[in-house]
Design a protein around this ligand. Sequence first.
Ligand code: G6P
Length: 479
Amino acid sequence: MSRTDNGQFDFVVVSNRLPVDRVVADDGTETWKTSPGGLVTALEPVMRSADGAWVGWAGKPDLDLEPFDNDGITLVPVRLSEGEVERYYEGFSNDTLWPLYHDVIAPPRYHREWWETYVRVNARFADVAASVSTHGATVWIQDYHLQLVPRMLRAARPDVTIGFFNHIPFPPYGIYSQLPWRTQIIDGLLGADVIGFQRAGDARNFLRAVRRLVGYQTTATGVRIPAEGERRERTVVAKAYPISIDTASFEELARRPEIQERARQIRRDLGDPRTVMLGVDRLDYTKGIGHRLKAFGELLSDGAISTEDAVLVQVASPSRERVETYRALRDEIELTVGRINGDFGSISRQAINYLHHGYPREEMVALYLAADIMLVTALRDGMNLVAKEYVAARYDEDGVLVLSEFAGAADELRSALLVNPHDIDGLKATILRAMAMPAAERRRRMRALRRRVRENDVQQWSSTFLRELSESRRSSDQG
Ligand code: G6P
């Protein structure tokens, strides 16, 4: 992979967000801070090892920024106006597509002006991607914000190889078909050479939507797009490539003595309870934080556990705070935390330590080491990289992962304690089981989990995807 002198690159990643957000302090000083979410966690190490460009939005409206280097990665900012942030990002991406693709846990809102802005902004991302790509470059587009970019880019630049990866679930047809622009989105995606999904079930849902909406023939792993006019027949690969993390770097942090000391300090600060439970999520209604709090609160009120036995640390990092559903969720979660702490806390001990912040990776790893039980109770989640991070950090082969079967990670992490978070009694019983689990069983399960996250780390994920992308292009060129 390489770059040319005129600012073009052989390898280009395109995502809504850049890996860093512009932050302006009260006194006007400007800095950059790591962006939230799993997409950035996964792609950063991939970009570091490729001399490519990353096209995306810098996280604030109306910023005019030239391409720049950040920590060894070339970033190419795309400008969004205030109104575009409202209609394309907060509106269509996060108040239409996000709830629709996550099983309509919250009601999706359909607004034609949001869609029109989505189309316009997707065209802008496609233009910028086209302008920074060399002839024959590989362009890898990420996530639900940019589903029209593959087709737009192919129209402008038939020479480039186009990959698309969907980081969130792809919903069953009965849900997807609500979308007024369902056919345009399918057409947009089919501009890619390879479309990647988190789970095999997501790829199947997509292939069914293709059959129903555009009538193309599908195979188990792809779509045959018939010849039309000048255009030859071509095949689009559509299958699962479960994403992962930079496993070795989490383990390396966990082995550092200062991080282990920090983990011990955290336990001391919590009052040395027998069991520390941990939840780490963006504050999002898909994460099942309320279900987790309900189960924990009921265990306390039943008398099955006490704050001497167990405390819960809940890190809920701020997210999409201008979208009403997210504001309402924050109020609801904070009310519940306040109630549980009011009922069961004492001067010396809180039942729940609730932290509405993001933390640097070092602190997260210390928390993972301090936690006897990790609770991942998402109602629907593309993958959930926090589950994999916990496992990667536990080089001591201890700790219990309680994992929702509705998180993509459940397909791979079969040795976790799998739960249905809607079943509060089941969740309570699983938490008690995790608390009582003998050390030998903890070790056996954690070993099996660790084998999996070592085998499929993020380098493995990206190299598999990119290899299949270049093979698919070669075979369609020969076709
Ligand atoms: C999820 C999405 C990402 C997104 C991240 C953070 O992981 O798949 O595309 O970047 O959440 O959300 P935000 O809206 O802050 O970018």
